[in-house]
Design a protein around this ligand. Structure first.
Ligand SMILES: Nc1nc2c(ncn2[C@@H]2O[C@H](COP(=O)(O)OP(=O)(O)O)[C@@H](O)[C@H]2O)c(=O)[nH]1
Ligand SMILES: [Mg+2]
Length: 421
């Protein structure tokens, strides 16, 4: 083979260096300009906001690939989440493949699991960590503008130098991982404002954006947003458990309910209003930190049950499925008020298998298939159910509903975000 301009055919794990036009051919080894984008999110953030941050990072990687090198997104392992409190369950270093279909994610943007990154990279080293932060001075003259600048770190760094001069910190529970360099960057704007920084100012191979939630969506609810969201197909084993449960306890099947699902998300184009849903009311009742602050937009259990009963009557539904993070005491009270409610309660073995994250996904999947759904105000857990129902083709009136607080005056209902195909 002669040298010169070529398209590389290097293909590995779904990502490829198709865009690299020059490469060196030495004996039989092909090199191409693969670069890795890693990221992490503020530790207290939960599973469903993290899913949202993934969309922002996927968008950034698409921009990076359009404008330059062959960037690959490295999926941050799941673990040590505040809400995952089931004891004696291994809930750290969980690969994305346990919760999502990797082939589906890869049909949207090149992604790899962290352990694959370690293997490809030749070790647990990250060249550069950029800790994102706001501007110390806030918005100058009250005017908001997009900008990004290297700045001194505002908060105390969550990384410290070891004896060899490497930076150690929280790398998803991978204790051996270390960074060569950690700096802070003030950023204000959408995810793709990082593109020039990552292409021009930085030339190293692997870059991690910490506190990635600092960056905003490039285009919330636009085509690119929805492409990525649609590619976030839950793992098959979790969907199957949810489907079995629907059939067994809620008399719900895809055929009857017009919720046929395509494994291939690029072909999943259900018409708005085509889904009927199973003969049950789906409820997401968020408790814990949502009630501790005595928020006025979150109902008491009594208030919630009153609403549930009235919806069941209105929509002529005899069954109600309840997804909730209520503690034992509240659950007991809820069972007293609503003895006929159906809940997904995993056995110990199932919990060990699916983990808290998988159980939450099964809850979301079952809520997503209900004839009518009501969720909790500004819960990202509820928002992700809205999106799932939008993908399945439910009418907006059956989806964008939330409980009102007992004394809430203006109880604004959630916004309908239509899919852009
Ligand atoms: N299984 C289950 N877990 C829930 C439910 N509601 C909340 N959780 C847990 O609590 C977490 C809530 O955090 P997050 O995902 O950030 O959603 P948000 O805080 O409601 O916006 C979830 O990720 C779950 O781990 C529920 O209905 N079922
Ligand atoms: Mg949360």
């Amino acid at each position: 083979m002669s040298g010169g301009l070529q398209y590389s055919l290097h293909k590995k794990d779904g990502h490829q260096c198709l865009k690299t036009q020059t490469f060196f051919k030495t004996s039989h080894v092909l090199f191409c300009d693969l670069r890795y984008l890693l990221y992490d999110v503020n530790p207290p953030e939960g599973f469903n906001l993290r899913r949202d941050v993934y969309i922002r990072m996927a968008s950034l990687v698409k921009t990076l690939r359009k404008e330059g090198d062959d960037w690959v997104l490295v999926l941050p392992p799941w673990g040590r989440l505040y809400h995952w409190q089931s004891s004696n369950v291994h809930q750290i270093r969980i690969p994305w493949g346990e919760f999502f279909s990797l082939t589906s994610l890869q049909a949207n943007v090149p992604v790899i699991e962290y352990e694959e990154f370690i293997a490809e990279n030749g070790g647990p080293f990250i060249d550069q960590v950029l800790v994102l932060q706001n501007y110390a001075e806030g918005w100058t003259d009250g005017k908001w503008e997009e900008k990004v600048d290297e700045r001194p770190c505002i908060d105390k760094l969550m990384y410290s130098k070891d004896k060899q001069g490497y930076s150690r910190g929280w790398f998803w529970g991978y204790e051996e991982t270390r960074a060569q360099n950690v700096t802070c960057i003030s950023a204000q704007g959408h995810a793709s404002i990082m593109s020039p920084v990552l292409q021009k100012n930085i030339t190293v191979t692997s870059v991690m954006l910490d506190r990635a939630e600092t960056l905003l969506h490039d285009h919330y609810a636009g085509k690119d947003y929805w492409d990525t969201r649609r590619s976030m197909v839950f793992s098959k084993h979790l969907r199957l458990i949810g489907d079995d449960f629907r059939e067994k306890y809620l008399n719900s099947t895809d055929d009857r309910d017009h919720t046929i699902y395509s494994e291939d998300w690029t072909r999943m184009k259900a018409k708005l209003g085509s889904a009927k849903g199973g003969p049950y009311l789906g409820v997401h009742l968020r408790r814990k930190d949502f009630i501790w602050g005595h928020r006025e937009d979150v109902p008491s259990l009594k208030g919630a049950v009153k609403k549930i009963r009235s919806l069941m009557k209105k929509h002529k539904l005899d069954n109600v499925f309840v997804a909730t993070d209520a503690d034992e005491e509240e659950l007991r009270e809820l069972r007293g008020l609503l003895p006929d409610m159906v809940r997904f309660e995993p056995s110990r073995e199932d919990l060990e298998l699916f983990k808290d994250g998988g159980v939450a996904i099964i809850d979301q999947w079952i809520c997503a298939h209900a004839r009518f759904f009501i969720g909790t105000s500004v819960s990202t857990f509820s928002f992700r159910i809205h999106e799932e129902r939008e993908i399945l083709g439910f009418d907006a009136t059956a989806t964008y509903n939330r409980f009102c607080g007992d004394t809430e005056k203006e109880c604004e209902q959630p916004t309908h975000w239509k899919i852009v195909f």
